[in-house]
Ligand binder design. Sequence first.
Ligand code: SF4
Length: 330
Amino acid sequence: MATASPPLLAVEDLQIRFHTLRGVVHALDGVSFEIARGESIGLVGETGCGKSITARAILRLVDPPGRITAGSIRFEGTELLTLDRRAMRTIRGQKISMIMQEPKVSLNPVMRIGRQVAETLLIHDRSLSHRQAEAKARDMLGSVSIPDPARMAQRYPHELSGGMAQRVMIAMMLVTRPRLLIADEPTSALDVTIQAQILDLMTDLIAEIGSSVLMISHDLAVVAETCDRVIVMYAGTVVESGTVDAVLDEPSHPYTRGLLNTLPDQVDPDRPLQSIPGNVPSLLAPPVGCRFAPRCPEAGPRCRRETPAAYDVGAGHVAACFLHADGGVA
Ligand code: SF4
């Protein structure tokens, strides 16, 4: 009997706490998801919902006072949370790369860009000579459509536009052909006219390399364009997940519906934009039961008593909401 191949990444029941002077911030609670080989997943939600800290946890880059307090993160079957630092450094960059929102902050300001791309290669492949690494770096700069790569390789980051700097970051993060690429709002700092170019370039290169992708974005349109599946987060929890088509066409969690209502209607552009009433709860003292209950138009007594599990609402489509449970919200 054929067995399904194990996922590339499996995050299970992840919990993160920040111990601050004001109290304990419950940043993530019970976050679980999987990424298959070659799959692109979008992680969406408002600022502060836990998207970026989830990504940092995968790379074991949660800085104090943050701490992973429970859960498991397995990559190619290896538990990352108990891996020693050296083994983790090898995985970071070589097998899992991350593209950040602000390329100029991530690039070394005093090193020429060709050298930076070459250094990334040399760290992870000791068999390469400097000359070979620099030649590969120039090829990679060409692959991200940087004109005249040999000349541009001599430039420093401050001599590049935002779009060019993000192309260099993409070159640096993909030059090692990682199995998983984490892209944290990769285009949100860029001019709207070049966002689409950069996304197209990234998706083409990723398809060529065959990497899986975790795309973090507050922009559902970006996720719809680039991902196979989407995970919606709210206040440190996963509230809905499924294929992009299922979640965006038939959202099953009231928060996802609210989020979609905040977007302009493609069919009826005159429809007034709606906002979700109320505010995101403080994670210093998250609400008991469903964290969305204080803002949910469909909340019932059960929602303020119990935490909803993830209920199946379709093939591979789940929603953490009592509307889909036996007995409903009463
Ligand atoms: S569980 Fe209740 S409060 Fe939470 S989203 Fe569903 S209906 Fe709303």
